[in-house]
Design a protein around this ligand. Structure first.
Ligand code: ITT
Length: 195
């Protein structure tokens, strides 16, 4: 049976090129009855207008290629800034690689509305090839300057609602309790318990 190593332990593959993301999955999925195995090779991210389309289409493509046996998960996430009409959104990876968090702060110079949200869409490909989507989101604000050295990506420029610290100033557990990914991973844990 796919996902069963033969000794009763079930294996979920996590496909990501992002080390920080992989660490968050390892922390959140420790202690469940699944062994999480990272597949570090990049997959071809399908271009689309929404995170769910990107995640869903990428997972279906990966299943069709047959290189990663299901069950596996991949995730598309992004930062959506209200005053920038949702930018960088689905372009977050590209924007992070090009202008980085300094670029985001520059774009936000002089803008009073600092509201933003982080969104996560996990695509779970189950044995047989069906793809299911699990979501998580986190509202917050963009600070005036970057703060903190933890986490990854845009973490130094995002303060979750109800807190005063950026994600980069939190421990991995504190970020998980509040974050888009933490919420999507909680839904994933529930789903895996029924798989
Ligand atoms: P994979 O697709 O290989 O998993 P990626 O880095 O491209 O890795 P995403 O497309 O999901 O991951 O994320 C797009 C960008 O959004 C990513 O480069 C980060 O800069 C940013 N991002 C996503 N989740 C984040 C988080 O929890 N904290 C900070 N930045 C995040």
């Amino acid at each position: 049976m796919s996902g069963d190593k033969g000794d009763g332990e079930r294996v979920l593959r996590l496909v990501t090129s992002n080390e920080g993301k992989a660490m968050e999955y390892a922390a959140a999925l420790a202690g469940i009855s699944w062994k999480v195995e990272r597949v570090a090779g990049p997959y071809e991210e399908i271009q689309a207008d929404t995170l769910e389309e990107v995640a869903g289409a990428s997972a279906r493509q990966l299943f069709a290629e047959g290189s990663v046996p299901p069950p596996f998960v991949l995730e598309d996430a992004g930062l959506f800034i209200d005053a920038l009409e949702g930018f960088p959104g689905v372009y977050s990876a590209y924007v992070f690689q090009t202008i980085g968090h300094q670029g985001i702060l520059r774009l936000m110079e002089g803008i009073r509305d600092r509201d933003a949200s982080f969104e996560s869409r996990i695509a779970l490909c189950v044995p047989g090839g069906d793809v299911e989507l699990l979501s998580g989101s986190c509202s917050g604000t963009i600070p005036q300057a970057m703060r903190g050295s933890g986490g990854f990506g845009f973490d130094p420029v995002f303060i979750p609602e109800g807190d005063y610290r950026t994600f980069a100033e939190m421990s991995i557990e504190e970020k998980e309790e509040r974050s888009h990914r933490g919420r999507a991973m909680a839904a994933l844990r529930e789903r895996l318990a029924r798989l």
